[in-house]
Design a protein around this ligand. Structure first.
Ligand code: ATP
Length: 491
């Protein structure tokens, strides 16, 4: 990450704390590594992103329904899913500092450094990542260690290349269910929400009377004992996922994968985030059951990184649960197969999964929104402001209602507008401080519209509406404000 980008990222982290978006967890005890709490504006923003995703899945698609499964699941779930045996990352320790690293992170950081050298460096970086993908796919740990040596990668703490061999490290947290430790069963905190969907597949299909193709969506907490927890809320130990599993007839996986790959990128773009900040990364390393997989990557201040994964998973998960639970996971398809003239009959559906991290999406929106803007004043001097250009749909506060003074009946008019609007969207009322100062505070939390009630309002029922991004101000009838904001939210 360049110094400039690093400074920008640090500024975003400070801003997030100062304005009540994100706090380090249990900060009075010096925090807990890679765990964060969301403050008043952060929890609104996070909820709005979650709601926007939920609506796009379960309201805009007639064939997708939601569930809310428990975090704790029967331990066999994680045997069946392969997480007990395979949910691990290749790790390496530095013998001098005793610091542990994820091998792919070390190589990715090296690739980022190479890219800073320009076109030649970018080519080298691409070649390095391609070699890494191939070695990871072959689980060739000796080859990976050789790659670290060839690239002269050293520990950032000790500065040495005194590495151990590479080992796998399981990322699941375990705990005990039951009061007496000896009798208690070991259970896991779910590392992904998806399995709650798979084990409920038939419950949902039957009770919601779903016909294939259909999807099941879920949002909720997931836990991973990430060894290298860094980059603020990008990689956390407790985080939230928004996942959707889409079930369909085997043989149609190519078209559904394509559909969801495109449709998910469109969802991101529908928030007005520029297309050039996104790219797809198609996986070379595929799980043995996977048909295709890709990541949607966003250009964070620390480079292009995954924000969402789209995975064509075949019938792997349902088949595994059928095997381990000995309960049938089949679906009866009574549509007629034109080739045979008979119903398709019983089969285990194939699945495409879309999986996005809510916290990562939050960081994406903050990173995209943050701007330190210089405003020329016309007399040769300039002013400045920090503004969050958060998409209106997900902004924590939509409308700030600001009476110019505390007297002359202006607060009463402002309160009337507040009472009219607050059942529809989040409003903020403030009568303290100069209006310019109040505007700046709203800019800093990303409020798209401010309305000022002044003496003219009493005469002609107009107010000044001020737009966050352009800072343009215009007079509008007070009776039009609610619909004006609603239109922008629904856009
Ligand atoms: P990474 O390679 O970054 O560890 P992953 O490929 O393991 O991610 P998935 O298992 O595909 O991630 O999870 C789906 C999504 O969940 C990711 O795209 C990401 O947005 C989010 N996610 C995964 N791990 C974390 C984490 N530790 N903190 C925050 N979000 C996460």
């Amino acid at each position: 990450m360049s110094i400039q980008q690093d400074n920008r990222f640090q500024a975003i982290i400070s801003h997030a704390k100062e304005y009540g978006f994100v706090f380090p967890s249990s900060e009075i005890y010096d925090g807990l590594s890679a765990v964060y709490d969301y403050g008043p504006y952060g929890s609104e923003l996070k909820k709005n992103i979650r709601d926007y995703w939920w609506k796009s899945m379960t309201q805009m698609h007639e064939n997708i329904v939601g569930i809310d499964a428990a975090i704790f699941m029967h331990p066999t779930t994680w045997k069946a899913s392969g997480h007990v045996d395979n949910f691990s990352d290749p790790m390496i320790d530095n013998r001098d500092s005793n610091k542990r690293y994820r091998v792919d992170h070390l190589l990715e950081a090296k690739a980022d450094l190479l890219r800073e050298k320009g076109d030649e460096g970018s080519k080298e970086a691409d070649a390095l990542l391609a070699s890494m993908d191939t070695l990871l796919a072959a689980e060739d740990f000796a080859g990976l260690k050789q790659l670290l040596t060839d690239q002269k990668i050293v520990c950032s703490v000790s500065g040495t290349a005194n590495w151990t061999d590479i080992r796998q490290f399981n990322l699941m947290f375990s705990t005990q269910l039951g009061s007496v430790a000896e009798d208690a069963d070991t259970i896991y905190l779910r590392p992904e929400t998806a399995q709650g969907i798979f084990v409920n597949f038939l419950n949902v299909q039957k009770t919601a009377r779903m016909k294939i193709p259909f999807g099941i969506a879920q949002t909720g907490k997931a836990f991973r004992n990430e060894i290298v927890a860094r980059q603020f809320i990008f990689r956390m130990r407790e985080f939230e996922q928004m996942e959707m599993q889409f079930f369909f007839r085997p043989g149609t996986e190519g078209e559904w994968y394509k559909y969801w790959k495109e449709s998910r990128l469109q969802w991101h773009l529908s928030m007005g985030i520029p297309a050039e900040k996104y790219r797809y990364h198609d996986h070379v390393k595929l799980a043995h059951y996977a048909k295709e997989a890709c990541d949607i990557e966003y250009e964070f201040p620390f480079g292009f990184k995954e924000v969402e994964g789209i995975h064509s998973r075949s019938d792997f998960d349902l088949t595994q649960h059928q095997l381990f639970s000995k309960k049938k996971m089949q679906y009866f398809d009574n549509d007629i197969d034109e080739a045979s003239g008979k119903p398709f009959g019983n089969y285990i559906p194939y699945v495409v999964e879309t999986s996005i991290g809510l916290d990562r999406m939050f960081l994406l929106i903050m990173a995209n929104a943050y701007e330190e803007e210089v405003i020329p004043k016309g007399d040769g001097t300039s002013d400045s402001r920090v503004v969050l250009h958060i998409p209106t749909k997900v902004a924590p506060v939509k409308l700030a209602i600001l009476p110019l003074t505390k007297k002359d009946g202006l607060p009463e008019l402002a309160r009337d507008l507040m009472n009219e609007c607050k059942p529809y969207f989040k409003c903020f009322y403030e009568e303290k401080d100069a209006i310019g100062k109040r505007y700046r505070r709203q800019d800093a939390i990303g409020t798209p519209f401010c309305v000022t009630i002044d003496h003219q309002t009493k005469e002609d029922q107009t107010v000044t509406i001020r737009y966050r991004d352009s800072m343009v101000q215009e007079r509008v009838l007070i009776s039009k404000i609610k619909d004006l904001v609603l239109e922008q939210i629904m856009e």
